[in-house]
Design a protein around this ligand. Structure first.
Ligand SMILES: Nc1ncnc2c1ncn2[C@@H]1O[C@H](COP(=O)(O)OP(=O)(O)OP(=O)(O)O)[C@@H](O)[C@H]1O
Length: 292
């Protein structure tokens, strides 16, 4: 008898059998994935494997050619790799832009934009400045504020922190996770960075290229906000040692026992991540256990 916990949540982004081609070139083979409310799903894979294409399909920026996407969340917001702030508008007006498009009056949208900026620790003086006057880190904060001010139920993020230094990135990770825990929004995050994926995500999907397909699914242990540095390092190493992940990124195969010997910060086995069933179309590498 299925319990409530077994039933799929109605508030879930569902992708089923999604394919995509640009002209004659197949970019995505049938992709199945789910992003339920309150969960962060990270998509990692080598350059050109179709991550952005998949995100744009989920965002409705590209039309599905085959397969289907159920996107019940409203509103949804997209954060791109580049901040894409409009250079002729102040930072405050940039953050408030989506609210303006929704017909929110000036006083209210500015108040909401100021509150969003404050939550992301953007200094008040930056709000009157133009994007060109801001540092890269400030521009990224403004772009995140512009997405979060819409109070999205779904946030789609395409390598949003890749240009930031490690300190700023860590700060924005904490702010994002705090906001996500408060609001229960669903997040689909593209990243090249395995550490970022295991720091933020409830589930990490690994795409291989040519054509893009999911070859591994990994669930880091515990809630993202509670993962310490040692555990994040361990999980990133565990992920990187998976043969399918190594093959996807073009890394050489590890000899037997090589990965474990290099991992000196290994936490107790019971806190290691879990390998979830990859789709049947992706062959599971020989000798790989389902659970680590
Ligand atoms: N509009 C387009 N027309 C033709 N080919 C495209 C188009 N957009 C992307 N491609 C090609 O599709 C493939 C997947 O591109 P996509 O940007 O989705 O990959 P990606 O994994 O996001 O790459 P990266 O990590 O480098 O951003 C690439 O080979 C790319 O050159």
């Amino acid at each position: 008898m299925p319990t409530d916990a077994d039933r799929p949540s109605p508030d879930t982004l569902r992708v089923r059998g999604l394919r995509h081609a640009y002209g004659p070139t197949e970019v995505l083979q049938p992709i199945d994935l789910e992003v339920p409310a309150g969960r962060v799903v990270a998509l990692i894979g080598p350059s050109g494997c179709g991550k952005t294409t998949l995100l744009h399909l989920c965002a409705g920026l590209l039309a599905p050619q085959q397969g289907r996407i159920e996107q019940p969340f409203a509103p949804a917001a997209v954060m791109f790799q580049q901040p894409r702030l409009l250079p002729w508008m102040s930072t405050l007006d940039n953050i408030a832009l989506g609210l303006k498009a929704r017909g929110v009056g000036k006083a209210e949208r500015h108040a909401r934009a100021r509150a969003a900026a404050l939550q992301l620790e953007l200094p008040a003086e930056a709000l009157a400045q133009y994007p060109a006057e801001l540092s890269g880190g400030m521009q990224s904060r403004a772009a995140l504020a512009r997405a979060l001010v819409l109070q999205p139920a779904l946030l789609l993020m395409d390598e949003p922190f890749s240009a930031l230094d490690v300190g700023l990135r860590g700060q924005l990770h904490r702010l994002l996770l705090a906001r996500q825990a408060d609001t229960g929004m669903a997040v689909l995050l593209i990243t090249h960075d395995l550490m970022e994926a295991v720091r933020l995500a409830d589930e990490v999907l690994v795409l291989a290229a040519a054509p893009g397909r999911i070859v591994a699914r990994y669930a880091p242990p515990g809630a993202a906000r509670t993962r310490g540095e040692a555990l994040v390092h361990h999980c990133a190493a565990e992920l990187q040692q998976h043969p399918a992940v190594r093959a996807a990124f073009g890394l050489p195969r590890l000899e037997a026992g090589q990965g474990q010997a290099e991992d000196r910060s290994r936490p107790p086995a019971q806190v290691a991540g879990a390998w979830l069933a990859a789709p049947a179309s992706a062959a599971t590498p020989a000798g790989m256990a389902d659970e680590c």
